[in-house]
Design a binder for this molecule. Structure first.
Ligand code: SAM
Length: 311
């Protein structure tokens, strides 16, 4: 059926009903794309609680990732917030423009948010808040990308698959604790919010989701992410069964002169941090990773200087 732009005036979209959304999509000739993780939140109570969790009011600037048909966007704009929304689906983009482009405080960034956010950030002072019912295929990648690129939000409220939520909130010692947990924990205090059952979405996904609140940490600023922090964390988790010493040895080997012994750096670094060589990455806290990265950076740098002096 050809798209019919006049068929659904914004006022009458019923975001709470799967049947109404199905009819709207059909009427407009909008297909659902699995690869874009398109599941609409049709539970109005949960939409409201997620926006409430931002704890901000009129005039605040918020990024929204994946507005879809605009259910959360409407909630944000109705509360007087300035919304910059990032959407990839051309069909949804057309509808979002009809719905909101005239509204004060609304801007739409078209395309893949992983590619568009840098430029959007340069266009205005960085927005301090982010809300997103994140597409399952890019949720974790996007959050990691923001952190590694140094784009921090004062607060983010995101919905992710429950399994991703568990990894975000995981503490040392558990099987869910991963390099992603350390990355998130290095920048944010993580507070799990409500579990969102599949029936709160249209179409219903196969797994439950969870709301997560992320508040920027202010207690570790700077110290939390010394140079080498991200690659070191990833390397130390790369072979979970290996000891810290072995994983760190591989990491250091690629950063020193050929012929130098990586253990000359690995062992003093571990000792100075009070970490046993046979320890495993899954038992280290964010603070220990940060301290270790700092020591390794310092010692590899020193080694570089010594080599330079000798030449
Ligand atoms: N916010 C809506 C809601 O809660 O009902 C829709 C959420 S749906 C889970 C995810 C949305 O993200 C879809 O609209 C999808 O088209 C969009 N999306 C998927 N991948 C994207 C990407 N790489 N960049 C921007 N938007 C994307």
């Amino acid at each position: 059926m050809p798209p019919c732009p006049e068929s659904a005036p914004p006022e009458v979209i019923n975001y709470d009903s799967a049947a109404a959304l199905r009819a709207l999509l059909e009427e407009r000739g909008l297909g659902m794309r699995k690869k874009f993780g398109q599941n609409f939140l049709i539970n109005p109570g949960i939409r409201k609680r997620l926006v409430d969790a931002l704890e901000i009011g009129a005039g605040e600037r918020v990024w929204e990732v994946g507005p879809g048909l605009g259910a959360m966007t409407k909630e944000l704009l109705d509360r007087g917030m300035n919304v910059r929304a990032f959407e990839i689906d051309p069909g949804f983009i057309g509808l979002l423009k009809e719905l909101f482009i005239e509204k004060p405080g609304f801007t739409l960034v078209e395309g893949d948010v992983l590619k568009t956010w840098h430029q959007a950030d340069q266009a205005e002072a960085p927005a301090p808040y982010l809300l997103g019912n994140l597409p399952y295929n890019i949720g974790a990648v996007l959050l990691a990308n923001f952190i590694e690129e140094g784009r921090f939000f004062k607060r983010m409220i995101v919905t992710v698959q429950k399994e991703v939520a568990r990894r975000m909130a995981a503490k040392p010692g558990g099987s869910d604790y991963s390099s992603f947990s350390v990355l998130i924990g290095s920048a944010y205090k993580v507070s799990p919010l409500m579990v969102i059952g599949a029936s709160s979405f249209y179409p219903a996904p196969r797994v439950d989701s969870q709301g997560i609140r992320l508040d920027l940490r202010t207690d570790m600023d700077g110290r939390a992410r010394p140079p080498l922090f991200y690659p070191l964390v990833r390397q130390l988790f790369s072979s979970r069964r290996k000891t810290i010493k072995n994983n760190l040895q591989s990491f250091v080997s690629s950063r020193i002169m050929k012929g130098d012994d990586p253990l000359d750096i690995v062992l003093p670094a571990l000792e100075q941090c009070g970490i046993k060589p046979e320890e495993r990455a899954e038992n280290l806290t964010v603070e220990q990773f940060a301290e270790l990265a700092e020591k390794v950076f310092f010692l590899t740098g020193k080694r570089g200087e010594e080599c330079h002096d000798l030449r």
